[in-house]
Design a protein around this ligand. Structure first.
Ligand code: MSP
Length: 502
């Protein structure tokens, strides 16, 4: 059995979750569900990043302590994810004692290995990014390239990670592991950054105390990023449960947004090397959801809450839209028109229509009892192709292509019904064969859409009279044509996806 350890970035708790965060989390959830479906042992981790100046400032602005603030905000992320039907196996908060222990152990290991040294640092710092910038990286007027706000000049005595010593090792690692960062363009971006020369980086602060203390020099706390990245190790038992840790590391799949490539594809693998563990096996980089051409973000006030959307469209349509319309790797525009037109085309007109017409005609021509699929149906070939294409896409971490292949099967089946017109024919073996095959397609479709729309899949399964749930099936075995058993009651029910006007 293979193992699949998938992570999202841990989100800052300076404000509530928005749809940009939901985009990553839903994609990670769908990939985790896909891997469970093919029989992998899966561990899916998400959580919150709670230390650092940005969070401390947010707490101060609200007149509460950082601890009070993070205790209020972290549950909002957890409940946003449960509202979106996210089935994470763990939710990590960086303020938990287990994490503090892992951070201290991991960084002490690097220190003892000689890769952390003390020095004075002077630099231009963006608080919103929690990052120093070189002057050449700033926009005109000395503004942060991400937030377009002024940076602060900071000077402090702190500890440095000797990143520059890892240049060659990182290049060798990427050359030996061509898929360590996907898509390839992002791998090239990481590699060219490394080839451009690496500077040592400051990893501690004395100016704030909202962080994990440096165990060998307690005036300092670790800078938030060097605390945060380690969450990926904490959750699998780093330093506490060696057997568990080794069963999940380094076969990890980090899903991240493109603005945090350097942290995940340069700093992080180098830190792992410095601590004597393997770098993460794979980082998958995705683009941004844009609103009117701008990145949806807390600082731009263009954020949309996932709860508002699901209240309006329903959970599964929102999940489907996030997975289907912005391919992992590209930027995508987020708009009400986009989600509505996708809903009407794919969910109301195609999937919803297929289910409702099949159930209706089974009601009128077969007494509401599902007939057996035709072993020689033309649809069996279409289904074999769709399953193969969908599987390849999901395995490659591309849900939009997996869904596209599934919708080709749905469309072909609707077309087949329009040609055969079983609603006009006399009941009998001909009608049974057509409807049995359409029910078989619905069974396969329920399995294939279950990573994207778990409750829709379960409802289709139930309505066509099957026991258990699609998520309990295992591919490829459950994908063989002919698995729909005849003789089950088929329920007509209300439309799954009533058409929307706006
Ligand atoms: N706390 C750090 C990550 C530490 S990981 C060790 C952080 N947090 S964040 O709250 O700013 O979240 C960043 C992540 O949220 C992005 O990398 C991306 O996965 C997701 N997104 C935030 N806004 C987004 C969009 N507008 N579009 C797509 N994803 C977005 O950085």
């Amino acid at each position: 059995m293979s193992r699949f350890y998938i992570t999202t970035p841990i989100y800052y708790v300076n404000d509530a979750p928005h749809v940009g965060h939901a985009y990553t989390t839903v994609n990670a959830d769908a990939l985790a569900r896909w891997h469970r479906l093919i029989g992998d042992e899966v561990f899916f981790l998400t959580g919150t990043d709670e230390h650092g100046q940005k969070v401390a400032r947010a707490a101060e602005e609200h007149g509460v302590t950082p601890k009070e603030w993070t205790d209020q905000l972290a549950p909002r992320f957890a409940s946003a994810w449960s509202d979106l039907d996210i089935a994470n196996d763990d939710f990590i908060r960086t303020t938990e004692p287990r994490h503090q222990r892992a951070v201290q152990q991991f960084l002490t290991r690097i220190y003892e290995n000689g890769w952390i040294v003390k020095d004075t640092y002077r630099g231009l710092y963006c608080v919103a990014c929690e990052q120093y910038y070189g002057e050449d990286e700033l926009l005109e007027g000395g503004l942060c390239p991400i937030h377009r706000t002024p940076v602060d000049l900071l000077e402090e005595e702190n500890y440095f990670f000797r990143l520059s010593a890892f240049e060659e090792q990182l290049i060798a690692w990427y050359e030996a592991n061509p898929t360590a960062v996907v898509p390839e363009a992002k791998r090239n971006e990481a590699l060219s950054f490394i080839r451009g020369g690496l500077r040592d980086i400051s990893i501690t602060r004395t100016s704030i105390d909202w962080g994990v203390a440096v165990p060998w020099d307690e005036k300092h706390v670790f800078y938030v990023w060097y605390d945060a990245l380690i969450n990926y190790l904490t959750a699998i038992g780093y330093g506490e449960d060696e057997a568990r840790f080794e069963s999940w590391w380094p076969v990890v799949h980090h899903l991240i947004g493109k603005e945090i490539i350097r942290f995940h594809c340069v700093w992080w693998p180098a830190m792992c090397m410095a601590a004597g563990i393997d770098p993460p096996a794979q980082v998958q980089v995705h683009g941004w959801l844009l609103v009117g051409g701008e990145k949806m973000s807390k600082s731009s006030l263009n954020q949309i809450s996932p709860g508002e959307l699901t209240a309006d469209y329903g959970v599964d349509p929102v999940r489907y839209h996030l997975l289907r319309d912005t391919p992992l790797g590209s930027d995508g525009d987020f708009s009400a028109e986009g989600i509505t037109s996708r809903y009407n085309a794919d969910l109301a007109n195609n999937l919803g229509n297929l289910l409702s017409r099949v159930a209706t005609v089974v009601g009128s021509k077969c007494g509401g009892v599902g007939p057996a699929p035709d072993p020689d149906s033309r649809l069996s070939d279409v289904a074999v192709t769709a399953l193969a294409e969908a599987s390849a896409a999901w395995n490659a971490g591309l849900p939009h292509l997996g869904l596209e292949a599934t919708w080709r099967l749905i469309r072909e089946t609707n077309a087949e019904l329009e040609t055969a017109e079983p609603w006009k024919a006399e009941p009998g073996p001909g009608v049974d064969a057509v409807l049995g095959s359409a029910l078989e397609v619905l069974r396969l479709v329920a399995i294939l859409v279950s990573p994207a729309m778990p409750s829709t899949a379960a409802e289709i399964w139930r309505r066509i009279g099957l026991e258990g749930s699609p998520a309990e099936q295992t591919l490829p075995a459950a994908g063989a044509w002919g698995g729909y058993p005849a003789g089950r009651p088929v329920e007509k029910g209300a439309p799954l996806f009533p058409r929307r006007k706006g």
